[in-house]
Design a protein around this ligand. Structure first.
Ligand SMILES: [Zn+2]
Length: 91
C-alpha cells in the first residue's frame, strides 16, 4: 500500500541535542486524517538519519505533506494522510 508514495528526506545534517521522548521508544505513528476520511498510510524510513523533514507525496491523489523528524527513537514511523480524490474536470 505504501508503494504509491514518493518519500524524500530533507535533513540539515545535525543530530538532536535533546533526548528522545521516553514515551515513544519505538517511534510515533502520525495520523493526520479525520475519521471517515479516505486515507493512505505511508511508512517512513525510521529513524531519520538526522534532524530534518520527510516530504511525503501520495502518487494516487497528489497530496503532499511534511513531517519533521529528529533522528531519534521518537521519530515518526508512519503517517496517515487524508486522500484527495481527484474529480474529473467537467468540460
Ligand atoms: Zn492519496
Amino acid at each position: 500500500m505504501e508503494d504509491h508514495f514518493d518519500i524524500r528526506f530533507f535533513g540539515n545534517g545535525m543530530t538532536a541535542q535533546c533526548p528522545a521522548n521516553p514515551e515513544f521508544p519505538y517511534g510515533i505513528a502520525i495520523d493526520l486524517a479525520e475519521k471517515n476520511q479516505k486515507a493512505c498510510t505511508a511508512k517512513l524510513p525510521y529513524p531519520a538519519p538526522c534532524i530534518g523533514r520527510f516530504m511525503v507525496k501520495c502518487g494516487k491523489c497528489g497530496r503532499s505533506i511534511l513531517v519533521s523528524a529528529a533522528g531519534r527513537a521518537d521519530d515518526p514511523t508512519q503517517v496517515k494522510i487524508a486522500c484527495q480524490i481527484q474529480q474529473p474536470v467537467p468540460l
